[in-house]
Design a protein around this ligand. Structure first.
Ligand SMILES: Cc1cc2nc3c(=O)[nH]c(=O)nc-3n(C[C@H](O)[C@H](O)[C@H](O)COP(=O)(O)OP(=O)(O)OC[C@H]3O[C@@H](n4cnc5c(N)ncnc54)[C@H](O)[C@@H]3O)c2cc1C
Length: 339
């Protein structure tokens, strides 16, 4: 493991934004990770763990401590009865794992096709899309505890998964570094097509689609909602969709009858923030410097050239205040901000 100095971080994030890391290293194994943590502790440096950089906004003046890029690879498939356990290293590319599981005819991950980032970054925000979320597939998450130096396997319950949330985002879990994740997949077909866009996509088909068809449908739907990462910088949805009580939803709906809401149980409703930004705040195509609201989806902020982190945060603040003024709701960022 080599520690480098003053390494530019912009190219390691999908936003293509961020100044240099004072210290930077790539870790390919647990011993590498332990060495990196020991270096950071010895030099009293703050840490930043980096996966694929697809859910992160870094400051223009960089990070003053040690950035540890997780490149730990490894894939293992084990079968018992009709359940298949996949154990993947944290540095594996999430969508490569999904593609491989689809190719092997294993059910579970297909609706999560096309999400950028690594296997290790996925449990941090409990990635979700099209009616599926990571928590439903996880068996355990193996972590290196940078406080105690111990490796532990956490159960799903211990990971405290929630809507785009987990233990790893909370103060009590911030010292845990994901090393490997085990998933449980099925050889028995179990298509999850309840989500509106997928239902619509397959409405003319008179039998259930197969795994490859679902993956291809999800990729096609996503290509209309998200910009092409090879051309445009973005970290995807900048904010979480707000979850409100049924009574708040009904009040908003009385003013905006078309406001989409999805019941999440226990008397709560998830609102479409894209719809609110688009139809109530009318914020499409708004720009601060080179930071713009995506024309494909109002929830997505893009780097249209040379955006600075401060342009993105200024635009995000405008959206926050506009939504609050129009609805009374305080929205929360989905992207991790390191300021
Ligand atoms: C175009 C686009 C579309 C997207 N669509 C979706 C979507 O549909 N659904 C969805 O849920 N998300 C979506 N995202 C967000 C993003 O892809 C996911 O959150 C992804 O899981 C982030 O993984 P990463 O490896 O890139 O993490 P990073 O961005 O590198 O890091 C994110 C956070 O996780 C921490 N972290 C990363 N790796 C580890 C590790 N090994 N151990 C401990 N902490 C770690 C980092 O410190 C940081 O706090 C999208 C992003 C983009 C750019």
């Amino acid at each position: 493991m080599t520690v480098e100095e003053n390494v530019s971080l912009a190219s390691l994030t999908t936003f293509k934004i961020g100044g240099p890391a004072r210290y930077f290293c790539r870790v390919q194994s647990l011993p590498d990770l332990k060495e990196a943590v020991a270096f950071g502790k010895k030099n009293r440096l703050p840490f930043l763990i980096l996966g694929g950089g697809s859910n992160i906004l870094l400051p223009d003046n960089g990070f003053p401590g040690l950035v540890v890029k997780i490149d730990i690879l490894g894939l293992e498939f084990k079968e018992e009865m009709k359940i298949l356990e996949v154990v993947a290293g944290a540095g594996e590319i999430w969508d490569d794992l999904v593609a491989l599981s689809v190719q092997k005819d294993l059910w579970g991950m297909e609706n999560l096709s096309g999400i950028p980032g690594t296997v290790g970054g996925a449990p941090v925000q409990n990635i979700g899309a099209y009616g599926m979320e990571l928590a439903k597939l996880v068996e355990w998450v193996e972590v290196y505890d940078s406080k105690t130096g111990k490796v532990r396997q956490l159960s799903v319950r211990e990971c405290k998964f929630g809507y785009r949330d987990s233990l790893f985002k909370k103060p009590e879990g911030k010292h845990l570094i994901v090393v490997r994740v085990a998933f449980s997949l099925s050889k028995t077909a179990r298509p999850e097509l309840s989500y509106k866009d997928l239902k619509e996509f397959f409405k003319k088909k008179n039998k259930d689609p197969n795994l490859a068809e679902i993956r291809s449908a999800v990729l096609s739907i996503r290509s209309k909602k998200f910009p092409d990462l090879t051309r445009v910088g973005t970290a995807g949805s900048f904010f979480k969709n707000p979850v409100v009580s049924q009574s708040v939803y009904e009040k908003l709906q009385s003013e905006h009858p078309d406001l989409p809401g999805f019941p999440t149980g226990k008397g709560h409703v998830k609102l479409s923030l894209a719809w609110i930004i688009d139809h109530i705040c009318k914020f499409k195509n708004l720009r601060v410097g080179d930071a713009i609201v995506s024309e494909k989806q109002a929830l997505v902020i893009c780097n249209d050239g040379h955006a600075r982190a401060e342009d993105v945060t200024a635009l995000a603040k405008s959206i926050f205040h506009a939504v609050k003024n129009a609805t009374g709701i305080e929205i929360e960022p989905e992207v991790r901000l390191f300021f």
